[in-house]
Design a protein around this ligand. Structure first.
Ligand SMILES: NC(=O)c1ccc[n+]([C@@H]2O[C@H](COP(=O)([O-])OP(=O)(O)OC[C@H]3O[C@@H](n4cnc5c(N)ncnc54)[C@H](O)[C@@H]3O)[C@@H](O)[C@H]2O)c1
Length: 319
């Protein structure tokens, strides 16, 4: 029998999941990845991880066998894109709620001690308090993605409240960095790579957003574990930027001066929250802090995309 601590990562071939898997393997863990490669990439998979190619939405006995013997299960698999929720109306509920219920049931039946969950700042909808603390009242939701993550937290907290396992739920701001495959930075870089003279921006550019680098995110996931019951942490940088700031950093990093066409709407898309900034004092009180600034994270993401231009050609299936 293996002497290594067994850890399971759902979504371990995705952007954040694959960076997490690398860090866990670096720590000497026996890592099992569950992924259906709907958005995950085989080239991101750490060869030292054991792969279980599986769709969490499918009824199967396999899931229980995979999590059996694991101390911790990181549940990151999801539809991770806020946009298009109102056009593909069942996706967020299936991928993010039903899949979470299946993971929870398998963990409970196989005496997993802790589930670590990737939630999102989108659960705060159009927050009224900035920076938004974990204790903020849940608002009217603005996206089915936010709804689905709120519901998934509810599912996991019910299992925790009934003593079946502990849960640590992390509400992330948007994440940037190495292996970044979806979000505004890739959208802008893709456009400018095709035509450096023009850039179309969704919304009027005044949207205020906080971000964090994937390395900071992963450091939180591996260090802020050990919850008792149900624990929630906001994660993000201490500050925020506007979309116009981000456009300036991206064009500067690419060395281009395009004609920029902004929209007239305050929201970039249906479900977008024009101001996202989380209060991360709780995580800081537990010893975590985002080390990389937002501007460095944006520019580092541009560098990664320009070194990996194949990523720009990958079709965004979520549309
Ligand atoms: N990227 C961000 O900015 C961000 C912000 C807040 C929260 N999150 C959350 O973090 C997690 C990871 O996000 P990401 O950006 O790495 O996304 P991603 O799309 O790169 O990764 C998701 C992974 O899950 C897999 N997957 C999806 N549905 C599955 C299913 N039914 N069965 C098995 N595998 C499945 C995909 O193939 C992919 O590898 C998600 O839960 C997301 O909601 C991400």
């Amino acid at each position: 029998m293996s002497q290594l601590e067994k850890v399971v990562v759902t979504g371990g071939a995705g952007f954040i999941g694959s960076n997490l898997v690398d860090a866990l393997i670096e720590q000497g863990k026996e890592v099992h990845v569950i992924d259906n490669f709907s958005t995950g990439r085989r080239e991101f998979l750490n060869p030292k991880a054991e792969l279980h190619e599986l769709d969490l939405c499918d009824e199967s006995e396999t899931l229980g066998a995979i999590v059996n013997g694991a101390d911790s299960v990181y549940h990151l698999a999801a539809n991770a894109d806020v946009r298009f929720g109102m056009t593909d109306i069942k996706r967020d509920i299936n991928q993010n709620v039903i899949a979470t219920l299946r993971v929870a049931q398998a963990c409970a039946e196989n005496t997993v001690k802790e589930v670590i969950f990737s939630s999102t700042g989108a659960v705060y909808g159009d927050a009224v308090q900035h920076p938004t603390p974990e204790t903020a009242q849940f608002p009217i939701q603005t996206s089915l993605y936010g709804v689905s993550k709120t519901a998934a937290e509810g599912v996991l907290s019910t299992f925790a409240a009934n003593g079946l396992f502990h849960v640590c739920a992390f509400r992330f701001v948007s994440v940037l960095g190495h292996r970044y495959m979806h979000g505004h930075v890739i959208d802008f870089v893709r456009q400018l790579h095709q035509d450096p003279s023009a850039l179309t921006v969704l919304g009027d550019g005044s949207q205020r957003k906080s971000y964090m680098d994937v390395k900071d995110c992963v450091r939180a996931l591996v260090t802020l574990r050990g919850a008792q019951g149900f624990e929630v942490f906001n994660l993000g940088a201490d500050d925020y930027c506007t979309v116009r700031d981000s456009v300036a950093w991206i064009t500067q990093a690419m060395g281009v001066e395009p004609k920029i066409s902004y929209g007239i709407e305050k929201r970039g898309w249906v479900g977008d929250n024009p101001f996202t900034w989380l209060d991360v004092s709780k995580a800081k009180n537990h010893g975590w802090v985002a080390e990389k600034s937002i501007s460095h994270s944006v520019q580092g993401t541009v560098s990664w995309l320009l070194e990996n231009t194949w990523a720009l050609a990958v079709q965004d299936f979520r549309k």
